[in-house]
Design a protein around this ligand. Structure first.
Ligand code: UDP
Ligand code: MG
Length: 336
């Protein structure tokens, strides 16, 4: 192993890494890069930007290569296929070398102009600087409503407070990044994990911009998957719902048995009602199968965890130390 040539103690200026997952964002990278550079050059810090191409089918990787040619501080990771935003973020966290790591979206919805504020909060001792998005006007009421509902449900069920609008636009201190990298779970839900690790944190609100070019990469299916992964990796409450329903329904049916006996023996009349019994039975069967489904989901998740496959694969990288295994993280320093 090669020894470190740049001891940290000699570097008075802090270093920051900006990690940016990009899935078919070719048209957005250049405008974003321009704005970022403008802001980063003003900061009293050394910087690197790592674009993570999450298996794009457009020119995204070509653009990253071109940017890397212009400046070696612009680096790239290419995942072997589309693994999803959370894994792309994780890949970035693994390769980032800065004293602080800022994650943001590639579509300019997370304004680079906010970076100095994040930096300031970090310098004043916050290990985590979160941001809260004030909903943009092009957010469909459906997305707005479902996202609020999800955050509320998540916080309630998991006990980990997530605030509405909390996006994956945040700054993490190296220490927190180290902790997060230790997590080996498959269903990665960074928003929850960042809250879970704790530390002194602060929050900055920002008005989200419209997406610069292209369309959202979070299809309803991806959103649903994201929500379920988040919920099931933080809460066992969906499993307990079964126990609760079981108690309530068996209590009720016990009462109805008592009533049937009473009716037959005391009043001398059997309780009529073929239709109602069938209705109740089918209803309960429905509930039963739903709960079996939930159980199956959790067992499936256990299977995935136990299998222990790598969570994503890196096919190539640019400007980063030459380790392509996602389980190894480099600890070298930034290029100057
Ligand atoms: N993204 C990704 N992989 C995916 C989906 C999205 O890397 O499978 C990236 C995307 O390129 C963007 C960020 O994640 O930089 C947020 O996605 P998007 O803007 O589409 O989501 P929205 O802002 O609409 O919630
Ligand atoms: Mg977006």
């Amino acid at each position: 192993m090669e020894s470190c040539t740049l001891p940290k103690a000699q570097a008075p200026t802090p270093s920051i890494s900006v990690i940016i997952p990009a899935y078919n964002e070719a048209e957005n990278l250049e405008p974003l890069q321009q704005k970022l550079e403008f802001v980063l050059e003003e900061l009293p810090a050394r910087w690197e930007i790592i674009y993570i191409d999450d298996g794009s089918s457009d020119e995204t990787w070509g653009k990253i290569e071109a940017l890397n040619q212009t400046d070696s501080r612009i680096k790239g990771i290419r995942l072997s296929r589309n693994f999803g935003h959370q894994y792309a973020l994780f890949a970035g966290l693994q390769r980032a070398t800065g004293d602080a790591v800022i994650s943001m979206d590639a579509d300019l919805q997370h304004p680079p102009a906010l970076l100095p504020k994040l930096f300031e909060q970090w310098q004043s001792g916050h290990k985590v600087v979160n941001t809260a998005r004030l909903d943009p006007d092009d957010f469909s009421p459906f997305k707005r409503y479902t996202s609020r509902l999800f955050y509320r449900l998540f916080s309630y069920l998991s006990g980990v407070p997530l605030e509405p609008g909390m996006a994956d636009f945040r700054l993490l201190d190296r220490q927190v990044v180290g902790d997060i990298l230790k997590m080996r779970e498959e269903g990665l839900f960074l928003r929850g994990i960042v809250q879970w690790v704790g530390y002194k944190s602060s929050k900055i609100s920002f008005q989200s911009e419209r997406r610069w070019r292209g369309v959202t990469k979070y299809t309803p299916r991806k959103m649903l998957q994201f929500a379920w992964h988040g919920l099931s990796s933080f809460s066992l409450v969906p499993l307990r719902v079964g126990v609760l329903i079981g108690f309530v329904t068996s209590g009720l049916s016990f009462l109805s048995i008592l009533y049937a006996i009473y009716s037959k023996l005391i009043i001398g009349q059997a309780v009529p009602g073929w239709a109602s019994s069938i209705a109740i039975i089918s209803f309960l069967f429905g509930v039963l199968f739903m709960l079996l489904g939930v159980l199956g989901e959790y067992i499936g998740r256990i299977l995935i965890e136990v299998r222990g496959r790598p969570r994503f694969l890196v096919s190539e990288d640019l400007g980063l130390s030459n380790t392509t295994s996602p389980s190894t993280s480099s600890t070298d320093h930034l290029d100057d």
